[in-house]
Design a protein around this ligand. Sequence first.
Ligand SMILES: [Zn+2]
Length: 191
Amino acid sequence: MPAEFPDFRLGGVLATSFTATLTERQGDQVERIPTPQRLVDWLRVNGLAVDSCTNAQLERAYELRESIHAAATAAALGDNLPASAVETINDCSVKGRAAPVLTPEGAREWRLSSPSRVEDALGVIAADAIDILAGERDGRLALCASPTCRAAFFDTSQSRTRKWCDMNTCGNRQKKARFIAKHGKNLRTAK
Ligand SMILES: [Zn+2]
C-alpha cells in the first residue's frame, strides 16, 4: 500500500467502519479514502471487492458516508433522523444488487452483480447502516467522547458504556492526556 495514504480504521461494524474513513471530524480531519483507488482498497479489505472506481462513484460513496454519519449522530443523540440522509441511505440500498452467498466453509460472502458496480458495494453498506439505525442488531449507537472525533460508533459491549470509537486511537489518547494532566499536577504539588 502506498505510504502517502493514511491507513484504514477497521472495526467490527461495516457501516461505522465506513464512516471512520473520515476521522478527527471535529479537529484536523483525516480523509482515508482520498482517491477512487483508495476506496477500491477499502472495499476489498471489507469483503466488497470491485475492480475499478470512477470519480463519480467516489463522490457517491462520500454522500452515503456523510449521510450515515449524520443519521447515526442523530440517532445517538435521540434526535429525528435528517430526511436527506435517510433518502440517500435508502436510495443506495435500493440501487444495490449484491447478494449474500454461502461459502463451502460456511462463511458469508457478498457477490456483486458486476465487478465495476461500486453501487452494489454501497448498497451493502447502506443496508448495514439501516440495520443498526433501525435497531435490528443488538447494540447502541453512541458518539466518541474525544472532542476532536465525535464519531458515531455502535456499542455492543455488555454494559453499553463504551466511550470511544476506537480504544487504540481515541481511547489511548484520552488515557495519555489524563496521565499527563495527573503527572503535571503531581509536579506542581512537589514544588
Ligand atoms: Zn473517536
